[in-house]
Write a protein that binds this ligand. Structure first.
Ligand code: SF4
Length: 382
């Protein structure tokens, strides 16, 4: 059996039927599932959205991206009840988590309906779920009133309110026009301390997993170049190889997410066979490092600094209130020490988070170094 055949068989067996939503059950049990916009991290109800329920009630067939032998996607259909006829590819963990527990919704059929609606309207389901959960919490706290919500009673777990607010968002009507901007900008427009409840990193909404008991993953998401990003990992090897996999246009499921670095030998063999080049695995990892640094410099040029490599207020200052991870939160001072180490390991300036001139020149990014040198000067004068 070739490597790809073995890989396909393994992934297929792991990802049999609706494999991803099992994570909601797992994280709900171990206290790492965001519930009610991460006010809680433990949910005995999470199994209601788990894989077994989808297998039992919704599975139709497997499906694949064009030309891929793995067929790890699933098509599901709602067969009865008010949402009968809804057909969804997936749902995967992230849409389930965001439009389910984050909004305190544990109705599997309603969840399928909202995932389908997000797809139909062209929304990112994570961003949509997050922004609804954010608005629900503001409503719970009286920061947004029913009048502010154009009469919508946006209670936790209520599909009626969710449907109505989605329609407002897609049409950008009233409060929907503000929420359509995502939680960061919406919280700035709403004011009244709303930013405390906006769960995002660099303006990108975080997926539903609660990171307070997984500081390593929290650091990875805080430092990811495109904002909250659970796919890039945390260590040098993980982040550089993730950048490499993106550049090679490989699928992350083939690359087994954060463990991409284990397959760099194989990537160099494939690349060399296709192109006739003689690129070594080490050179490829250097490509990943160059991409990671280039992305960082793009952010630096756009005004991002060390201050943006951070986490939402709740993760630092509110403990998980119940369940196996009760009492967890990210220690702010320790987090800053991790950041110091993170920058040191990458050859970046600890004060600013800007890649040093030596590092950029070592990577052959002289032009980029010149472009951001003015920004370094600005910081040095502060
Ligand atoms: S997501 Fe990746 S592994 Fe899954 S079917 Fe598409 S290309 Fe294949």
């Amino acid at each position: 059996m070739s490597f790809l055949q073995k890989q396909a068989a393994t992934v297929r067996s792991i990802r049999a039927r609706f494999e991803e939503p099992y994570l909601v059950t797992l994280f709900g049990k171990i206290g790492q599932q965001g519930v009610k916009n991460n006010q809680e991290a433990y949910s005995p109800e999470a199994w209601r959205l788990g894989s077994f329920q989808h297998d039992l009630r919704h599975w139709v067939r497997h499906w694949s991206c064009f030309g891929c032998p793995i067929h790890d996607k699933q098509i599901g259909v709602v067969r009865y009840g008010p949402y009968a006829g809804t057909m969804v590819v997936g749902p995967g963990y992230e849409p389930t988590s965001a439009l389910g527990p984050l909004c305190d919704l544990f109705d599997a059929e309603a969840l399928m309906y909202f995932v389908d609606l997000a797809d139909e309207y062209g929304f990112d389901a994570v961003g949509l779920g997050r922004v609804i959960a954010f608005a629900m919490e503001l409503y719970q706290r009286g920061i947004l009133t029913r009048d502010d919500l154009d009469g919508i009673d946006l209670r936790w777990g209520d599909p009626k309110g969710m449907k109505e607010i989605i329609e407002k968002i897609v049409k950008r009507e009233g409060i929907g026009d503000i929420l359509a901007e995502g939680v960061k900008r919406a919280s700035e427009k709403i004011g009244k301390n709303a930013s405390r409840y906006a769960i995002h990193i660099k303006g990108q909404e975080i997926i539903g997993r609660d990171l307070r008991s997984d500081p390593e993953a929290a650091l990875g998401e805080a430092t990811a170049n495109r904002g909250a990003d659970h796919l890039q990992g945390t260590t040098r090897e993980e982040q550089f190889s993730a950048a490499l996999v993106d550049s090679l246009c490989l699928c992350f499921y083939h690359a087994v997410f954060r463990r991409c670095y284990e397959h760099v030998n194989l990537y160099s063999k494939i690349l060399n066979l296709i192109t006739g080049w003689r690129t070594s695995p080490d050179e490829l990892m250097k490509v990943g490092e160059r991409v990671w640094n280039l992305e960082r410099c793009f952010n630096v040029r756009e005004g991002l600094t060390r201050a943006d490599d951070t986490l939402p207020y709740r993760l630092f200052y509110e403990e998980v209130p119940s369940g196996p991870t009760k009492g967890s939160k990210i220690d702010r001072e320790e987090f800053e020490r991790w950041l110091d180490r993170y920058y040191e390991e990458r050859g970046w300036d600890k004060q600013t988070g800007i890649p040093t001139s030596e590092k950029l020149r070592e990577l052959g990014l002289e032009e980029v170094d010149e472009e951001i040198s003015q920004i370094r000067v600005k910081f040095s004068k502060k």
